[in-house]
Design a protein around this ligand. Structure first.
Ligand SMILES: Cc1cc2nc3c(=O)[nH]c(=O)nc-3n(C[C@H](O)[C@H](O)[C@H](O)COP(=O)(O)OP(=O)(O)OC[C@H]3O[C@@H](n4cnc5c(N)ncnc54)[C@H](O)[C@@H]3O)c2cc1C
Ligand SMILES: *[C@@H]1O[C@H](CO)[C@@H](O)[C@H](O)[C@H]1NC(C)=O
Ligand SMILES: *[C@@H]1O[C@H](CO)[C@@H](O)[C@H](O)[C@H]1NC(C)=O
Ligand SMILES: *[C@@H]1O[C@H](CO)[C@@H](O)[C@H](O)[C@H]1NC(C)=O
Ligand SMILES: *[C@@H]1O[C@H](CO)[C@@H](O)[C@H](O)[C@H]1NC(C)=O
Ligand SMILES: *[C@@H]1O[C@H](CO)[C@@H](O)[C@H](O)[C@H]1NC(C)=O
Ligand SMILES: *[C@@H]1O[C@H](CO)[C@@H](O)[C@H](O)[C@H]1NC(C)=O
Ligand SMILES: *[C@@H]1O[C@H](CO)[C@@H](O)[C@H](O)[C@H]1NC(C)=O
Length: 527
């Protein structure tokens, strides 16, 4: 244990003993308050941005951005204090003062981390919660936007749409995902085959470094700017805002959803999807869902293909009757709509829901979740698929979502950003299991099902390293105890392949004492 960890442990033990009394008698709170007061404009009341666990609003502030019920229990480790900055200088002060007081600082934007790493820790910690810093300013003259990291993807999409119906942004499907985690961890969505990842469109950024200084692209330099476009910014600093380039979308796009069961040749569809989906016209993105289901009291598999085509229905029907006639896509299966409505469609809103729904931050999805990921580089054979169906039906609760790569993704070099899974990767698999009853027994059952399926898939997926997507955070891949280079290499090469080394170099240069850390952060190179 380092000295600062020992000191912070001492503080928290001290703190736990007196947590029933008020914040006023809490020494950690007092030290933090005093330090912040010295760095923040004296006309501001610092205590309005601090929530210690005796504050009546503490639980609601903490829970507002918890998106996985697994980390919403009474035994989940909780921050000693939540800091909710209202302006950039508060972030700088929080970084400086957390170090002074000797606490770990977890950074939370949208709170969608699948393992709760933005608001849970094994060591005494504060949460820096970015939700108040969420302004978005769109500049149509150069087709760009400055987006503060506390904004959600839905807010970004909505703000773009207010300015233009022929512009969009290539990012994720879930509108409540935060810009901070998503863009710094890469970010993909239905525009990926046409345009690439969210991080491929970042042209500038503002970050608070370990000294509390605010740096833009020029001031931080190209190495750090490279690292925070897919390498996960939480290892390097607090990103305040990203400047992104917008992309063009047609006035009318087309969506479709087709479902098949095994009895309707679903296996043939899944087989062919693997070679067509990553190679067809880049205006077409498809996601194939593989799910065990019960039909007529029989367990079987359902294969669903959801698609977005950047063009009209006639265009995609003609394209797929040539490339993938077995899918049987007809005009009747297609819906033409505005791009902004396709965003709502992919997020499962009812048809006709107005775009303002994208501004809603308070969707209360209280499911328990586990996610894992894999990359497929060679299509799985028909026999392979049949064995997979058997395994999935036997396990019963885990589904797979296959997201087609190719197109623009094949054209960007592996080293251009930290995200290395480009050419040669046909599709990414997301393992998905949700449940809604609390308790260790169900949790163990579902997480071990996900692990068993992942184990079974070893034969079909990328190797040396077995690849994974950072934004599908999975602590089964490995966690740091001491942040040694070797510990970091395990998850670091899974997420970043050959880019792990450069990330370690950047970390060593910008945060050698490892203040910005989490269970899967990039370690500094020890000398
Ligand atoms: C329902 C759901 C749907 C999803 N859909 C997609 C999808 O379609 N495409 C996709 O690519 N991903 C998707 N994801 C994954 C998502 O991209 C990641 O979970 C992402 O990291 C979430 O960002 P956040 O800000 O909401 O999360 P947080 O939990 O707030 O943060 C995630 C990580 O980033 C760090 N971080 C956050 N903000 C900052 C900051 N300002 N500076 C430095 N570090 C920061 C945190 O410390 C943490 O390590 C989905 C997740 C969920 C739960
Ligand atoms: C500062 O804010 C806190 C909490 O909102 C309040 O209790 C306190 O009275 C305020 N102090 C001043 C000087 O306004
Ligand atoms: C967390 O728990 C609170 C009540 O204890 C509940 O209102 C909220 O919906 C829960 N959120 C999640 C994501 O489980
Ligand atoms: C697609 O359209 C055809 C022809 O109208 C119809 O038979 C079929 O059920 C549709 N499929 C889906 C999944 O809607
Ligand atoms: C399944 O494939 C068989 C043989 O190729 C074909 O005759 C049949 O029409 C297909 N069924 C469906 C539902 O597509
Ligand atoms: C849950 O149960 C498993 C197996 O019985 C045990 O190893 C694990 O420690 C338990 N976890 C918790 C949080 O109780
Ligand atoms: C997990 O739960 C399922 C029910 O969803 C049950 O059939 C199965 O036996 C359980 N597995 C284990 C290992 O407990
Ligand atoms: C971390 O360091 C501690 C103390 O030096 C040591 O006991 C432990 O084995 C280390 N853990 C790993 C995973 O290296």
């Amino acid at each position: 244990m380092s000295i600062s960890m020992a000191i912070s442990l001492l503080f928290s033990l001290l703190f736990l003993n007196i947590s029933i009394s008020s914040a006023a008698s809490n020494p950690t709170y007092q030290s933090l308050l005093q330090c912040l007061s010295q760095s923040i404009n004296p006309s501001q009341n610092v205590s309005t941005i601090l929530f210690s666990n005796t504050n009546p609003s503490y639980a609601s502030v903490l829970q507002a951005y918890i998106r996985n019920a697994r980390f919403n229990t009474s035994s989940t480790p909780k921050p000693v204090i939540i800091i909710t900055p209202l302006e950039e200088s508060h972030v700088s002060a929080a970084v400086i003062c957390s170090q002074k007081v000797g606490f770990q600082l977890k950074i939370r934007s949208g709170g969608h981390d699948y393992e709760g790493l933005s608001y849970v820790s094994d060591e005494p910690f504060f949460v820096l919660d970015m939700f108040n810093l969420r302004s978005i300013s769109i500049d149509m003259t150069d087709e760009s936007a400055w987006v503060e990291t506390g904004a959600t993807l839905g807010e970004l999409y909505y703000n773009i749409w207010e300015k233009s119906n022929v512009h969009g942004f290539p990012a994720g499907l879930c509108p409540t995902v935060g810009v901070g985690g998503h863009l710094s961890g890469a970010g993909y969505g239905t525009l990926m085959r046409k345009y690439g990842l969210s991080s491929d469109y970042i042209v500038d950024a503002k970050i608070v470094n370990v000294d509390g200084k605010i740096l833009d692209r020029k001031a931080m330099g190209e190495d750090l700017f490279w690292a925070i476009r897919g390498g996960g910014a939480a290892s390097f600093g607090v990103v305040l805002a990203y400047k992104v380039k917008l992309v063009r979308v047609p006035e009318t796009v087309t969506v479709f959803r087709l479902e098949r069961l095994l009895a309707d040749n679903a296996t043939d569809i899944a087989l062919k999807w693997q070679s067509i989906a990553p190679t067809t016209d880049e205006n077409l993105f498809t996601r194939m869902l593989l799910q065990p289901v019960t039909r007529n009291r029989q367990r079987t598999m359902r294969v669903t293909v959801n698609g977005l085509y950047l063009g009209n229905a006639d265009g995609v029907v003609a394209l797929l009757s040539k490339d993938f006639p077995e899918l049987g896509l007809k005009n009747e299966n297609c819906t033409e709509m505005r791009w902004i409505d396709s965003v709502l469609w992919w997020a499962n809103f009812d048809a006709g829901t107005p775009p303002t729904a994208l501004l809603d931050r308070n969707v209360n999805d209280a499911d328990f979740l586990k996610r894992k990921s894999d990359y497929v580089q060679t299509p799985i054979s028909k026999n392979g698929l049949e064995s997979l169906w058997q395994k999935m039906v036997e396990l019963g609760n885990v589904g797979l979502a296959c997201n087609a790569y190719g197109g623009r993704m094949d054209e960007i070099d592996d080293k251009e950003t930290p995200f290395p899974h480009r050419k040669g990767n046909l599709y990414k698999i997301q393992y998905s299991v949700n449940w809604n009853e609390p308790g260790n027994e169900t949790e163990m059952n579902r997480t071990s099902q996900a692990k068993a399926l992942h184990e079974f898939m070893t034969q079909f997926v990328s190797k040396n390293p077995r690849r994974a997507y950072l934004n599908y955070r999975d602590i089964d891949i490995g966690v740091a105890e001491n942040w040694s280079y070797e510990e970091g290499k395990v998850y670091g090469e899974s997420y970043f392949a050959g880019n792990y080394e450069r990330l370690v170099d950047v970390k060593t240069a910008v945060d050698p004492n490892n203040f910005f850390r989490n269970e899967q952060s990039i370690p500094p190179r020890t000398k």
